[in-house]
Design a protein around this ligand. Structure first.
Ligand SMILES: Cc1cc2nc3c(=O)[nH]c(=O)nc-3n(C[C@H](O)[C@H](O)[C@H](O)COP(=O)(O)OP(=O)(O)OC[C@H]3O[C@@H](n4cnc5c(N)ncnc54)[C@H](O)[C@@H]3O)c2cc1C
Length: 368
């Protein structure tokens, strides 16, 4: 039987799933609530396991000329003095390259991977789930029935809510500032300066630009009215490259991060992927990698059980849950470590930081 498949959301997870399903011989419909003209700002860091999954999706070649390769992660204290360094190239040797690039470039690669076939400005408004089919109502009033609905609609997923798989995402208490900076000081490594319940991360992202990712644990603080002034105020006294980067910084976007933790990821013919299923704080930069891996595994399981979608969805969840749980647990651990007062944390990281932080990726280096 030719499965009628709908992918809801054309973000990182939705486009990756659409690609993997096409490689498996399916022709999914892909809908996206936003207009085609929406271009994601900011940069993104993709560790080696993201590259491995992109290779499995046949998208490594178009990615190769983009962004900058990251070979080392350098951790410094707030004054810019060394804590430890991680040999990223060694950590992911034999798995894939680690890369920082523009989100818009990544989106373009993923979009090309589905032949550009996305119905934009078409949101899913409602969903009725039966045993082996789902009836979907779109924002334009259209209605259609599918044998499989893939909810790739992000951490505030409508599909999750409408299928009864889970409620709203839970805020982590972190506030994140992102900026792409041109004309900053030369920077060859991914570099993090750890402050008091805060960090300032900068990395080269190609085109002589730097991608900055700055976060603070501030559950009760409102978003600052002037984020750039706030960053200059809070991080201006940091050492290393930070003052020069802040001088060159022009625009800043602000986001709050959330977690999604669910008992189950599928109901009948409806399944969740990416942030809709397992969002975490982006501390380990594993969100895209987990989305790509979801895509590879979902298509793999559908190939194995083409006649039994329910069995394929259960097998997908069984394979993916331990790895995504590992990312969640390690992310929480990393954030807890970061939030230890610097007088205790920094000497401990000088002694054992490399061992602790490299351990966070140990399981993820393993094949899917
Ligand atoms: C501040 C920040 C920094 C990050 N940094 C990194 C990083 O460096 N590396 C990394 O790997 N990850 C990072 N992440 C995580 C990563 O961005 C996410 O894990 C990833 O984008 C998840 O993709 P997704 O497709 O599941 O969700 P989304 O990117 O949220 O995409 C969901 C899509 O669905 C659409 N949609 C929503 N509702 C509907 C509907 N009802 N109908 C139709 N369409 C709908 C949305 O418009 C959107 O396009 C970061 C996240 C944040 C918040």
């Amino acid at each position: 039987m030719r499965l009628r498949i709908l992918v809801v959301g054309a973000g990182i997870a939705g486009l990756a799933v659409a690609r993997s399903l096409r490689l498996a011989g399916y022709r999914p419909d892909v809908v996206e609530a936003l207009p085609a003209s929406t271009v994601p700002g900011a940069g993104i860091y993709l560790p080696g396991n993201a590259a491995r999954a992109l290779r499995q999706l046949g998208l490594d070649a178009p990615l190769r000329p983009l962004g900058d390769l990251i070979f080392r992660q350098v951790f410094l204290d707030s004054r810019g003095r060394g804590l430890f360094e991680m040999d990223v190239a060694g950590l992911w040797a034999g798995v894939g390259e680690s890369r920082a690039l523009s989100r818009a470039d990544l989106q373009q690669v993923l979009l090309t991977g589905v032949g550009g076939e996305v119905r934009y400005e078409t949101g899913v408004r409602d969903l009725e789930v039966f045993d082996s089919a789902a009836k979907v109502e779109f924002s334009d009033g259209g209605v259609a029935e599918y044998d499989l609905v893939v909810g790739a609609d992000g951490r505030r997923s409508t599909i999750r809510a409408k299928s009864g798989l889970g409620g709203p995402a839970v805020p982590t208490g972190q506030i994140v500032y992102r900026s792409v900076v041109a004309g900053g000081p030369p920077l060859s490594d991914w570099t993090a300066l750890l402050g008091r319940r805060s960090s300032f991360v900068a990395m080269p992202m190609g085109g002589r630009k730097q991608y900055c990712y700055i976060d603070e644990t501030a559950p009760d603080a409102p978003n600052p009215a002037d984020p750039l002034a706030h960053l200059r105020d809070q991080f201006g006294a940091f050492g290393g490259p930070v003052p020069a980067i802040l001088d060159a910084m022009e625009t800043v976007s602000v986001a709050r991060t959330d977690e999604v933790v669910l008992d189950t990821w599928s109901r009948g013919p409806v399944v969740l992927v990416g942030d809709a299923a397992h969002a975490t704080a982006p501390t380990l930069a594993q969100g895209a990698a987990m989305s790509f891996e979801d895509a590879v595994v979902l298509a793999d399981e559908l190939r194995k059980s083409p006649e039994d979608v329910g069995a394929a969805l259960r097998a997908y969840e069984n394979r993916r849950r331990p790895r995504c749980g590992e990312v969640r647990d390690r992310t929480r651990e990393r954030d807890r470590t970061r939030d230890v007062p610097p007088a205790l944390r920094d000497p401990m990281l000088r002694r054992r930081g490399l061992r602790i932080f490299a351990e966070h990726y140990r399981e993820l280096v393993q094949p899917l």
